[in-house]
Design a protein around this ligand. Structure first.
Ligand code: FDP
Length: 373
């Protein structure tokens, strides 16, 4: 890349311009997705700004603490929830504040956003925990519903907040099948039915990576313009990679194929060099590196967590969608991740995603184990 020329580039492809260009390719499109995305982008900008100020503004630490003025402080992930909901309702055509605040109690909240329906799914990393059995959806009046469902983790990797490590927002978008009869089944669909998916990483720069089903593009926030600019067009993950990314502290509880794969990364027998281990412990950052540099990210099942840790709807699916769109693969240990049909909104799944050849190796190890069983 000619960096000097880039620095003087005046024809800036903002994320809005990019999505409008995409929209113009679909004659039937009425701009609904562009409106929806612009609200997601606003939420990301706001969270980015809050993350950057976290230490100064006393946004780190536990929710429920009070500052010197006696004001209650909000933990960053609680704030992010509020920020996203409020950014998304800023169209001014939405439910009352009471209903929004309810969203912090109910893990799922259906919000009418003008012509859109937002299904807001809180990750259990939020400060209010609701047991699996108590999870209920709040639905708005059917006459007000629109055509999109958005599944979100507003601040993923929250255990990293207090030490300033990269964290992110993950999202996926589904089209409502029947807006007059909206049920949770709208999001209990295989990931391959997503219309779009993406993440925003709050790191050394703020990067939003998006796929609307025709490749993957990365946009970096220019703080002076307040705009996301296309900086990583048509991202393709390298076919093979030299990095593996996993929490090896769980190794004693792994199954056979995972153990064999990681062993091979460290002690290759085919004359290859050993792979490097990189594990940030923040999914957005680990997946972002994997997407750009190649390799594999895995959060496998283990004896203590037979379904792994990561959540299907707002972690596994959006990241798997992006990986496939970039030419990689995503596998659960049993099947293509995007074919999985979730039965619960907070369902977990093991996941292996990344470079095509690396995931092929994992698939072969699982197939071999199945054949010997
Ligand atoms: P966190 O617990 O900090 O919110 O699912 C959330 C997540 O982070 C992912 O972002 C991350 O990849 C994973 O959990 C890390 O889990 P371990 O600490 O078990 O490695």
């Amino acid at each position: 890349m000619d960096h000097e020329a880039e620095a003087h580039r005046t024809d800036l492809m903002t994320i809005t311009r990019y999505v409008l260009n995409e929209q113009s390719r679909h004659q039937e499109s009425r701009g609904d997705f562009t409106i929806l995305l612009s609200h997601i982008v606003l939420g990301c900008k706001f969270v980015c700004s809050a993350v950057n100020k976290a230490g100064l503004a006393k946004l780190i630490g536990l929710a429920g603490e009070t500052n010197v003025q006696g004001e209650e402080q909000k933990k960053l992930d609680v704030l992010s929830n509020e920020v996203f909901v409020k950014a998304l309702i800023s169209s001014g055509r939405t439910v009352s504040l009471k209903a929004i605040l309810l969203g912090f109690v109910d893990p799922v909240l259906l919000i009418q956003l003008g012509r859109h329906v937002l299904i807001w799914i809180q990750s259990t990393s939020q400060c209010i925990l609701v047991s699996e059995e108590d999870e209920e959806a709040t639905f708005v009046d059917p006459s007000l519903r629109g055509k999109y469902c958005v599944v979100f983790d507003p601040l993923d990797g929250s255990s990293n907040i207090d030490c300033g490590v990269s964290i992110g927002t993950i999202f996926g978008v589904y089209m409502v099948k029947d807006k007059d009869n909206v049920t949770l089944d709208e999001v209990l669909q295989p990931g391959k039915n997503m219309l779009a998916a993406g993440y925003c990483m709050y790191g050394s720069s703020c990067t939003l990576v998006l796929s609307t089903g025709s490749g993957v593009n990365g946009f970096t926030l220019d703080p002076s313009l307040g705009e996301f600019i296309l900086t990583h067009p048509d991202i393709k993950i390298p076919k093979k990679g030299k990095i593996y990314s996993v929490n090896e502290g769980n190794a004693k509880n792994w199954d056979g194929p995972t153990t064999k794969y990681v062993e091979k990364c460290k002690f290759p027998k085919d004359g290859d060099s050993p792979k490097s281990l990189r594990y940030i412990g923040s999914m957005v950052a680990d997946v972002h590196r994997t997407l750009l540099y190649g390799g594999i990210f895995l959060y496998p099942a283990d004896k203590k967590s037979p379904n792994g840790k990561l959540r299907v709807l707002y972690e596994v699916f959006p990241m798997s969608f992006l990986m496939e769109q970039a030419g990689g693969q995503a596998f659960t240990g049993k099947q293509r991740a995007l074919d999985l049909v979730p039965t619960k909104i907070h369902q977990r799944s093991p996941i292996f995603l990344g470079s095509y050849d690396e995931v092929e190796e994992i698939k072969a190890l699982y197939a071999a184990e199945e054949n010997t069983a």
